[in-house]
Design a protein around this ligand. Structure first.
Ligand SMILES: [Zn+2]
Length: 100
């Protein structure tokens, strides 16, 4: 079970292009509702896949973001369903095919 613990402690690579992923905090004008929201985003500018936004209130959401990203990573490799919910799906489809 040790490998499962290790996997849960870091972000898995992008399920579409295989690039590294990182947790980012959105910045911008102060009247934008997304300010301060965090998400996991692919580091490849050509891909740009990202997880859903989470708004940190009092707790650190890093663990939650990582957990969601890693779960989706597994789901993407197993099936098709979640791909349809991504706005940049068409952009990544070719790369996705290369890593399966
Ligand atoms: Zn990517």
């Amino acid at each position: 079970m040790d490998h499962l613990i290790d996997d849960s402690d870091r972000l898995k690579p992008c399920p579409f292009c295989g690039a590294e992923a990182e947790i980012i905090t959105l910045e911008g004008e102060t009247d934008e509702p997304s300010i301060g929201a965090q998400c996991v985003q692919c580091t490849s500018s050509a891909c740009g896949a990202a997880s859903g936004l989470i708004y940190p209130l009092m707790d650190d959401v890093t663990d939650l973001l990582r957990e969601r990203w890693n779960k989706r990573h597994n789901a993407e490799l197993r099936g098709e369903r979640l791909r349809e919910s991504l706005s940049n799906d068409s952009l990544c489809r070719d790369n996705y095919g290369d890593i399966t």
